[in-house]
Ligand binder design. Structure first.
Ligand code: NDP
Length: 485
């Protein structure tokens, strides 16, 4: 259904903003209001085909452009992101439901940083050489892999979109990208900034639309030899099944069910305050959120009381209100999923210590998708509530009696994305970190990132590592050249 007068988001193919070839659009809903506010292309394989052709045409010139020139263009894009922070933050908040304040402070600056980091990393990137006695020199020649597919999720729209495309562009690849159709606006605004920055036509192509249609067409396309994907584990499995028989390079950043382990010797105030952020930032819709809190028994009651009290102090409401800490969930379907998990927790014998209900803030947000931040106790680590990714403002809290038990419970899910440990005992911090099956372990902090480090999950949280040199290497093909001396 078309709603007249609504802003139309357009695809970005060969440097032009274009309608989808079928002329079909989907409604883009503002989740805080529960109402459509713009239209997003419902692209299909024919649009993807056009985008791949544009990317193929642009490839040689971009791949052979001196890295300093590529760097300068990408830095111009970063500058434009900074200059347009307010507009981008508003778009991010309107699409996704997150507090505007959070989009302004985290999402948009980190998107700009992604561009800056990879733009400059590429000019410092060095390949390897090995002197083989006095007989030969072996060197590793790295060349851009070609046209790559980048697919990103809805929870941190511009931040994760740029996290995928920045290293690809910096490495000299051209890109066909698809943001989530639930949150397409910032990628659309970003494409306009690319034009303004002078990015050559066809270097970045953005095809909007549904995952199983436009996304799947990217994954299946024989002209795309590498796919970088961030999203859910179930989608990741499907992508891997499609891409593996085609021998594509694959980087998968998938779901998480992250443990937050609190030892009795922690800095109590810091641990409670940061655990609240780790639990509820972005309505709990961050893959790195600490959704399973394990607390040493001697501290359990004190920690739980303080945690519940601070949770009750979080304002749920209009994302545009500066006081709001918890905005809207991204969609009605996701709202129902999260409420379904709260019901499941009750059925599994859990006690809702606070929250548990939908919120109707009133005013323009009367029909939005809001849920109270929810804390649940009394569940075992093996129940579904503690095994499956809820991806909302819902956490469980469980006591433990020993370090061994904490580790056992922390490692008991199929996921292995991130973990947080609270202790002032340095020896224990290192010992525990080495035994947690997660790609990133934060000691006495959360969400602190140094982009030089490899990033990614263990077990069903992903395959491959992104960030730093790993990302640049992913987007290159390595040849060993052996020169006999
Ligand atoms: P999805 O897996 O549903 O979707 C991710 C992207 O893939 C979207 O653009 C989606 O399009 C697209 N897609 C869906 N099906 C296919 C397909 N068959 N082929 C190609 N593309 C497809 O994830 P969500 O958007 O729901 O994001 C939330 C998930 O992302 C959570 O599980 C979260 O943990 C994870 N995540 C992981 C991170 C990490 O770094 N490990 C970081 C952030 C999130 P569409 O939206 O149109 O369906």
């Amino acid at each position: 259904m078309f709603v007249t007068g609504m802003q139309k988001i357009l695809n970005y193919i060969g440097g032009q903003h274009t309608e989808p070839l079928t002329g079909r659009y989907l409604q883009n809903i503002n989740p805080a209001e529960g109402k459509p506010y713009s239209l997003v292309p419902d692209s299909d394989a024919t649009d993807v085909q056009q985008a791949v052709e544009a990317a193929q045409q642009a490839f040689n010139a971009w791949a052979t452009m001196p890295p300093e020139k590529r760097c300068a263009i990408l830095l111009r894009i970063a500058d434009l992101i900074d200059r347009n922070t307010e507009q981008l933050a508003l778009a991010e908040s309107t699409d996704q439901g997150k507090p505007l304040k959070l989009a302004r402070a985290v999402d948009i600056p980190r998107a700009s940083l992604n561009m800056r980091f990879f733009a400059t990393a590429a000019i410092h990137f060095a390949s390897e050489a090995h002197i083989t006695g006095s007989e030969a020199v072996n060197y590793t020649l790295r060349t851009p892999v070609g046209v790559v597919g980048c697919i990103s999720p809805w929870n941190l729209p511009l931040y994760l979109f740029t996290w995928k495309i920045a290293p690809a562009l910096a490495a000299g690849c051209t890109v066909v990208a698809k943001p989530s159709e639930l949150t397409p606006m910032t990628a659309y605004l970003f494409s306009k900034l690319c034009t303004e920055a002078g990015l050559p036509h066809g270097v970045l192509n953005i095809v909007h639309g549904l995952g199983p249609k436009a996304g799947q067409a990217i994954v299946e396309h024989p002209g795309i030899p590498a796919i970088s994907f961030t999203g859910g584990t179930a989608t990741g499995k499907k992508i891997a099944a499609t891409a593996a028989p085609m021998f594509k390079k694959l980087s998968l950043e998938l779901g998480g069910k992250n443990p937050n382990i609190v030892f009795a010797d922690c800095d109590f105030d810091l641990a409670v305050r940061t655990s609240i952020q780790a639990a509820f930032s972005n309505q709990g819709e961050i893959c790195l959120c600490g959704s399973r809190i394990f607390v040493e028994r001697s501290l359990y009651q004190k920690f739980t009381d303080a945690f519940v009290q601070q949770t009750r102090g979080l304002t749920v409401g209009d994302p545009l209100d500066e006081q709001t800490r918890i905005g809207a969930l991204v969609s009605e379907a996701h709202l129902n999923k999260v409420l379904g998990y709260i019901d499941l927790a009750r059925q599994e014998g859990g006690t809702i210590l606070t929250g548990g209900k939908q919120v109707r803030p009133g005013g323009r947000c009367a029909h939005g998708y809001f849920v109270e931040p929810t804390v649940i106790s009394g569940l075992s680590e093996t129940c579904r509530t503690n095994q499956e990714e809820i991806f909302g403002p819902v956490v469980t809290i469980i006591p433990f009696d020993s370090e061994e038990e904490a580790l056992h419970m922390a490692n008991s899910t199929p996921y292995g994305l991130s973990a947080t440990v609270w202790t002032t005992n340095l020896t224990r911090a290192h010992r525990v970190a080495a035994q947690i099956h997660s790609g990133i372990i934060w000691i006495n902090c959360w969400l602190f990132r140094d982009l030089r480090t490899p990033f990614g999950g263990m077990k069903q949280s992903g395959v491959g590592r992104e960030g730093g040199w790993e990302a640049l290497r992913f987007f290159t093909e390595a040849r060993n050249v052996c020169v006999k001396l």
